[in-house]
Write a protein that binds this ligand. Structure first.
Ligand code: PMP
Length: 435
């Protein structure tokens, strides 16, 4: 790019050739506090083009669970590339091995199809469920993100006046797609029972076992169990979207921890420590519908599906998650961040809370108590969060300035960055009250 490459020059050029100046609107939000572009990442750090080094709490929206550039994973990928980058027709031993690992690990997984993103995984899962039931209607929960396709990009972040109504998140979506998507409040088992009374054409219920797209909503006792019972009674597939929770919170998925086994599961993000890999897996009789010849049954397709690079990363990442105390350690550290932040909020007399689970946490301002559903998150103080995020970025801590999103930890984060985060959060929160 030449010698005069700076954060500002890169972003300015990006704005000319990339809509919004970044690959997604959420990524462009990073410019709220000034232009920034990144040129590298290692362990728990991110390096900007201007040379500033940040502790990374964004972690690419969550996939980085071991740390950026974790050597064994990168070596596994390099070794695989030496054998060829993309050569699969038929199958490969690597693909079989990773599918077998998932079948061993994830309770609902009897068969597996690989793809490259969480969005593809939820799309495939819904297509499988619609084919199985012959029905159209998909039930999802307000505040849950399942990717950007028309079936599910509904009521993820509806404004207050659209709560409880179906709200398309994007222009250009098919109106029919929204009509076929029923949106319910999370943690309300009665609403699900009522929906099954009202509709006899439900094709699937899709749910994040812990909705993290709005920070963190923890399922109340009995909620996921009700989803399981009601869908089973009606022979409607229950889909768990474990794109964030799978492997970050448990090597076997949150379905194992909660003891609720869905029919289909969507996996991505932490499965490959940053390499593109995703999967839809589930009961054999559902998955087998995709076993046709691309002219019959359910078509699941993709030139890059089962890509050796993602699979090699996944094989090594899964091995480490199974053999090393990664989840245990990052989850314990997450607890300390939440407790530390809660303590600081109290010390400074600032209304707020630190929600989260395991290695995921979100400081939320202007709201208190445990959020049960999307409406409980809606009232948060976006401006105060922005001030906090700006102050933290100035002190070298990077996370997305979106107040509804979350911060993540990796295995490369540790005591030292924790202490620094807390000391800096103390200073920033102090400046909020004195300012
Ligand atoms: N499901 C959930 C729960 C997610 O958080 C995301 C991404 N944030 C997706 C699906 C979509 O995944 P991708 O961005 O890989 O398409």
């Amino acid at each position: 790019m030449g010698d005069d490459v700076t954060n500002r020059s890169v972003v300015s050029r990006a704005r000319a050739v990339i809509p919004g100046g970044a690959q997604t609107g959420l990524r462009a939000q990073a410019y709220d506090f000034g232009e920034i572009a990144f040129s590298g990442a290692a362990g728990a750090t991110l390096e900007a083009v201007d040379g500033e080094v940040f502790t990374d709490y964004h972690l690419a929206f969550g996939p980085i669970v071991l740390g950026h550039g974790h050597p064994p994973v990168d070596e596994a990928v390099t070794n695989t590339i030496d054998e060829g980058v993309l050569y699969g027709t038929a199958t490969t031993p690597l693909e079989v091995e990773v599918a077998e690992r998932l079948v061993d690990l994830v309770p609902s997984a009897e068969q597996v199809n690989f793809c490259n993103s969480g969005t593809e995984a939820t799309y495939h899962a819904i297509r499988l469920a619609r084919a199985y039931t012959g029905n159209d209607r998909v039930i999802k929960f307000e505040g849950c993100y399942h990717g950007w396709h028309d079936y599910v990009d509904v009521s993820v972040y509806p404004p207050q006046e659209r709560v409880g109504k179906r709200h398309p998140e994007s222009d250009g979506m098919l109106p029919e797609a929204v009509e076929h998507t029923e949106v319910l409040p999370f943690n309300d088992p009665g609403a699900l029972e009522d929906a099954f009374e009202e509709f006899d054409d439900v094709a699937a219920v899709i749910c994040e076992p812990i909705p993290h797209s709005v920070g963190c909503l923890l399922p109340e006792e009995g909620f996921l169990e009700t989803l399981r019972e009601v869908t089973a009674e009606n022979d409607v597939p229950l889909i768990f979207d474990e794109v964030i929770t799978g492997f970050r919170h448990s090597a076997r998925g949150m379905q194992h921890e909660f003891g609720v086994t869905p029919d289909l599961t969507c996996l991505a993000k932490a499965m490959g420590n940053g390499y593109p890999i995703a999967a839809v897996c589930g009961r054999e009789n559902l998955m087998a519908q995709a076993g046709g010849d691309n002219t019959s049954g359910v078509v699941i397709s993709g030139t890059y599906s089962g890509h050796p690079v993602g699979l090699a990363a996944a094989r090594e990442t899964l091995r480490l998650l199974e053999t090393e105390p990664v989840v245990e350690e990052i989850s314990a550290l997450g607890e300390r961040y939440r407790e530390g932040l809660e303590g600081l909020l109290a010390d400074h007399g600032i209304e707020g809370r630190a929600v989260g689970y395991g290695s995921v946490f979100s400081p939320q301002f202007g709201v208190t108590g445990e959020p049960r559903n999307y409406e409980d998150v809606l009232g948060l103080d976006e401006e105060r969060f922005a001030e906090f995020a700006r102050g933290m970025r100035e002190r070298g801590h990077f996370f997305t300035p979106n107040p509804y999103k979350r911060q993540h930890l990796s295995w490369a984060h540790g005591e030292r960055v924790f202490e620094t985060y807390l000391a800096d959060a103390d200073a920033v929160l102090g400046s909020l009250t004195s300012g």
